[in-house]
Ligand binder design. Structure first.
Ligand code: SAH
Length: 219
């Protein structure tokens, strides 16, 4: 039996989707994208048993794979459709990238750990996902050569309003990011008004690893 293919795995998957629904994810495209993305592929061997739990889990390089409910809520808040070009900061395991790629036209994803990026690329390839472009670079700078983007998703905590990234967004674009310096941050949604200004919505408290400056030298 393939991973995630047993009856028990099906039950866990169904339970996770129910949890996302009761947590506020109602967009059918988002629910379907999460359902179709085998989280066990993105979780380290040690935590396989917990792949379908609704919790963040440790991955290599001291980072984390995000909690599925948060992935669902952030993806939904981004209002992505099949025309969207999306920039993601923090590829990590590639889980959020894969979920986005099932809905968006093209996903550009940046990561500061080379090892994480290579493993994520491998998983995305295994799933047959072709609309993802990755780069090993510091996400604080965004991806100027590919800007402007329809949507930007930041999956590590920005210490303050990510102005450099907002500058790479289309005038009617949306950026979603955890913002704050402490262990608990506020999930913020910036919605462009078409004239270079942004309306900011607070979506509640979240816990993300911080955005770190520069690329990692060690791994
Ligand atoms: N979306 C990921 C979440 C990974 S955690 C997932 O679903 O697995 C956040 C990731 O952001 C980490 O992998 C971390 O290395 C990366 N990160 C932190 N600061 C960064 C930066 N300045 N540029 C690019 N990636 C960064």
């Amino acid at each position: 039996m393939s991973p995630g293919g047993s009856d028990e795995a099906e039950t866990r998957r169904a339970r996770l989707i129910l949890g996302l629904r009761s947590g506020g994810v109602s967009d059918p495209a988002v629910l379907s994208a999460v359902e179709k993305t085998p989280r066990d592929l993105f979780v380290p061997e040690l935590f396989q048993e917990r792949s379908w739990e609704d919790s963040a889990l440790p991955i290599a390089c001291g980072q984390t794979i995000s909690q599925p409910l948060i992935v669902g809520l952030m993806t939904q808040a981004l209002s992505v459709d099949s025309r969207s070009r999306v920039l993601e900061i923090g590829t990590g395991s590639g889980y959020q990238t894969a979920v986005l790629a099932r809905i968006a036209r093209l996903v550009y994803s940046l990561e500061r750990y080379r090892t994480l990026l290579q493993e994520a690329e491998q998983r995305i390839k295994t799933l047959g996902i072709l609309n993802v472009i990755t780069r090993f670079s510091d996400g604080f700078d965004g991806w100027p050569e590919q800007a402007p983007f329809d949507r930007i998703l930041v999956t590590a905590a920005a210490p303050e309003t990510p102005r450099a990234l907002l500058a790479q967004l289309k005038p009617n674009g949306i950026l979603v990011a955890p913002v704050g310096r402490g262990p608990v941050q506020t999930l913020k949604r910036y919605v462009g008004d078409g004239s270079g200004e942004f309306r900011v919505e607070d979506m509640g408290d979240v816990r993300f690893v911080p955005l770190l400056p520069g690329v990692a030298r060690e791994l």
